[in-house]
Design a binder for this molecule. Sequence first.
Ligand SMILES: NC(=O)c1ccc[n+]([C@@H]2O[C@H](COP(=O)([O-])OP(=O)(O)OC[C@H]3O[C@@H](n4cnc5c(N)ncnc54)[C@H](O)[C@@H]3O)[C@@H](O)[C@H]2O)c1
Length: 354
Amino acid sequence: MTDRTLLLGGAGFVGSHLARRLLESGQPVLLLDNLARTGAESMVRRLRAEYGDMLELVIGDVRDRTALRRAIARASRIVDLAARVGASGSLVDPRLDFEVNLRATVDLLEELRRDGRPVPFLFCSTSKVYGALRKLQLCELPTRYAPVNEWIAEHGIDEHWPLEVTSPYGCSRAAADQYVLEYARSFGLPAAVARIGCVYGPDQHGGEDQGWISHWVAHALERRPIMLDGDGKQVRDILHVDDLVEALLRLLDGMDALRGHAFNVGGGPEHAVSLRELLELMSQLVGEPIAAAHAEWREGDARYYVANPSKLEAMTGWRPLIQLGEGLAQLCTRLLATRPTAPAAFAAAGAVSG
Ligand SMILES: NC(=O)c1ccc[n+]([C@@H]2O[C@H](COP(=O)([O-])OP(=O)(O)OC[C@H]3O[C@@H](n4cnc5c(N)ncnc54)[C@H](O)[C@@H]3O)[C@@H](O)[C@H]2O)c1
C-alpha cells in the first residue's frame, strides 16, 4: 500500500499549506484539483520546484467519479478541501453548488466504501453550517456583539449547536458534513469532519465571501477602502493557516479514535475580534487610518460566531499558537514585498520580520 496523502482541492489556500507541511516532513502528496481557484496553478508550480516528484498533481474534477476512484486507489489517507465556496455564488448557480459540494462528496464516500480499505478521511466543512445562529441571544457593546449567555461568551459555540441553513451554499455544505458523519456511523468509514471558521495567512487569494482577512489586508496596503457589512460589530474568531494545518494533521493522525466526530476548528474566544476592532488593529499596523465603505447587512450573516475548540483540544492536544497581531503583521510584511505602494509608515518601520 502507498503512503501517499491525497488532497482533493489541494492546490488551494489551505491545501497548498497542508501539502507543504507534509512534503517538508518527507511524505509524498497527490493533489487532485481542477485549478479553478486563482493562484492554484502557480502554487503547484512553486511546490513542484521545491519538492519535485514527491508532489504529484492530477488536474481533475471531484465531480468525475473515475478520477476520484483512481486517486483514492493510490492514497493511504485523504483530506477533502475541494469546494465551491461562498454563499453569493450559490445564489447565482445553486445547481453547481449542489454538484461540487454535495453530490461529489456522496460519490467520494461511495468510492471509499467500494475501495474497502480503512483509509482515514478528513472532510473540511465550514462553520457556515451553523448559519446565522439566530437562536443565540446577543447584547450590543460599543464595538462588538457579545452572547448574553456567559458560558458561551467564555467558551464559544460547540458542536452541539444546531445546524441552520441560510443559503444554498450552507445547505450543500451542511448536508455533505452530515453525510460524512453518517457514512462513518453506518458503514464504519474512518472519517471525521473539521468545521473550519475564518482562516488567514500568506498566499490566500481571498474575497468578501471567504478569505476576507487577506482581502482586507491587501486592500489596506493598496489604500483601497474596505467594505464593512452592516454595523461592523460582527464577531469572528480568526485562525492562522499554520495553526489550521496543525489541527488537520492531528485529526488525520488520530482518526482511529476520532472517527464519526465533527470538530469546530477555530481560534476560540481568545482569538475573537469584531470587524471594527480588526479594522482598528490593521490601521495601527499600517500606521495610518484605513478607509471603510459601508455596505448593507449580508443576508444570513451571523452577528456572532466564535468556535469553541475544546473538543478538538481535549481529543488531540491541539491549541492555536499564533496571535492575531503577530499573524497579521507577518501577512502585511509578505504582501508588502509585492506591493510597492504600501503606506510609508508601515514600510519605514520595516513592519516585523517573518
Ligand atoms: N479558508 C477559509 O477561511 C475557510 C473557512 C472555512 C472553511 N474552509 C474550507 O476549507 C476548504 C479549503 O478552503 P480554501 O480556503 O483552501 O479554499 P480554496 O478555494 O483556496 O481551495 C479549494 C480548492 O478546490 C479546488 N476546486 C474547486 N472546485 C473543484 C472541483 N470541482 N474539482 C476539483 N477541485 C476543485 C480549487 O481549484 C481550489 O484549489 C474548503 O472546503 C473551504 O470551504 C476554508
